[in-house]
Design a protein around this ligand. Structure first.
Ligand SMILES: Cc1cc2nc3c(=O)[nH]c(=O)nc-3n(C[C@H](O)[C@H](O)[C@H](O)COP(=O)(O)OP(=O)(O)OC[C@H]3O[C@@H](n4cnc5c(N)ncnc54)[C@H](O)[C@@H]3O)c2cc1C
Length: 452
């Protein structure tokens, strides 16, 4: 039977691709997803889900260490790495199966294999059963990214690790040297330090999280130092050697750091090679695919979303891009995504989360702001939880009183920032935040106090 529905091709089934597939299908398209690994993408296999599952175990163990302070002595602190790894795999698979079920219930066709565009409206999927040719009306390229590997290191999956090798190790590393003090680097420092490994962090600048508010970085550094993490500041890694017992990392100031493992956390590169962009006429810039505000490439019926676009490399952003572009492609009204209002978090202890304008942005724009800050040390729930480190900072417009942004450093900051994100999105006034009666005792009270 002929199918006269619009045929929508999704190349890469990560967060961006799955969101686009679901939305395009519910809007009436016939959808084909080509995916070479698992539905859910790197986010499920190596990134968001496994790393946050490790964070949960690390957090639980750290809590046990401090439990005697809360009158709960004698709890075990051993780490059962195989059990942790099994749990991580189970959670990733369960979430992926849920998404596969959703796609199946919508009648989305799935092809397992490498996909490649062969022309502006044609593609091929190399599956185990041979090549499947696809003629499409609309497409989205959502093939994601992979860890950046420098020319001075050769990952071997055993001792020299990228973030993709960091899961499923047989034993807890004795001493990990983490290269890169951005979001991914500091998250792994927190994980391994909490699980009991010795950790050295190579920090190329003078502060961890070099692009963040110095007050935020200071809280994290204080925590790392308290836990015995060694910070090697102002040093760039320039070489890695493997030895019989481990690794030696050389830095540009002549230092040599020995460890059992090294983790390279120095960013990612887009996966846009070998997918036929030339054949389809899709332009790239530095490997990324430039898109307009609706995620259209230079070829109007071909969209791109997620990490390949070089915009904020977050699963949450990829998902919203995918959903919005499907609306646009299917001729439905949609608002462009506002990248300045994206809530972001770093899953360290304390957690770090932010949304909207910060003081540095305001200074760069020459914009007048009101900045108010409240420490969690004055919040009774924080005291009860034994989690007083950190603060809430709110940025508002002194003329209109609109909430423009906020930063939260502290226990559950990744969840709490949602309140501020909603305030920024809905252009709420500080008085409305002050008048919101939060639960007592709760961490959210600090948001209302910061607004006051
Ligand atoms: C360690 C780590 C932790 C992270 N944690 C978080 C977090 O907590 N929260 C957050 O929001 N973001 C997080 N991120 C970022 C997030 O993982 C990415 O931004 C997100 O996965 C991007 O989604 P995507 O759909 O663009 O690509 P991906 O998730 O990379 O999916 C792309 C898919 O395309 C497939 N593919 C590629 N080429 C082809 C081809 N030719 N044919 C068929 N299939 C193909 C791949 O197999 C993959 O499944 C983390 C990143 C890292 C590295």
């Amino acid at each position: 039977m002929d199918d006269d529905r619009t045929h929508f091709l999704v190349l890469g089934g990560g967060p961006a691709g799955v969101a686009a597939a679901i939305r395009a299908s519910t809007l009436g398209a016939r959808v084909t997803v080509v995916e070479k690994d698992i539905i859910g993408g790197a986010a499920h296999l190596w990134d968001c889900i496994p790393s946050k599952t490790m964070v949960a175990s690390a957090h639980r163990r750290r809590n046990m260490r401090t439990a005697p302070q809360l009158g709960v002595p004698g709890v075990a602190r051993d780490v059962d790495l195989p059990a942790l790894n099994d749990r991580m795999e189970r959670i990733s698979n369960d979430i992926s199966h849920g998404e596969v079920g959703m796609l199946e219930s919508l009648g989305v066709e799935r092809l397992e294999g490498w996909g490649k565009l062969t022309g502006p409206k044609s593609a091929v999927a190399s599956t185990a059963d041979g090549d499947v040719r696809i003629a499409f009306d609309l497409a989205v390229v959502s093939t994601g990214s992979a860890p950046r590997v420098p020319d001075w290191a050769q990952p071997d999956g055993r001792r020299v690790l990228t973030t993709r090798d960091a899961y499923g190790l047989d034993e807890l590393p004795e001493h990990v040297v983490v290269v890169g003090s951005g979001v991914t680097g500091v998250e792994f420092v927190n994980i391994w330090a909490s699980l009991g490994s010795k950790v050295t962090l190579v920090v190329s600048r003078q502060q961890v999280l070099p692009h963040r508010d110095p007050e935020v970085a200071a809280v994290l550094e204080e925590d790392f130092l308290e836990r015995g993490v060694r910070l090697l500041k102002g040093a760039r890694a320039v070489g890695v050697e493997t030895t019989d017992s481990g690794v030696v990392v050389a830095t540009d100031d002549g230092r040599r750091v020995e460890g059992s493992h090294v983790l390279l956390a120095i960013g990612s590169v887009p996966l846009t090679e070998g997918i036929g962009l030339d054949a389809a006429g899709v332009e790239t810039d530095g490997g990324f695919i430039p898109v307009d505000q609706f995620n259209r490439t230079n070829v109007p019926h071909i969209y791109a979303a997620g990490d390949v676009t070089g915009q904020l490399p977050l699963s949450s952003v990829a998902t919203v891009q995918g959903r919005k572009l499907a609306h646009h492609a299917m001729g439905r009204p949609t608002r462009p995504l506002d990248y300045r209002r994206v809530a972001q978090a770093i899953f360290t202890e304390p957690e770090i989360a932010s949304v909207g304008l910060d003081e540095a942005d305001a200074a760069a724009e020459g914009r007048r702001i009101r900045s108010t800050k409240v420490p969690f040390a004055s919040n009774s729930r924080s005291v009860i939880q034994d989690a007083t480190r950190g603060f809430v900072k709110l940025i508002s417009d002194p003329a209109t009183h609109e909430v423009l942004g906020g930063t939260i450093v502290g226990y559950r900051a990744a969840d709490l920032i949602g309140i501020v994100a909603l305030a920024v999105q809905a252009r709420v006034h500080v008085e409305d935040v002050v008048d919101t009666i939060m639960v007592h005792p709760s961490l959210s009270e600090s948001i209302a106090h910061a607004a006051d």
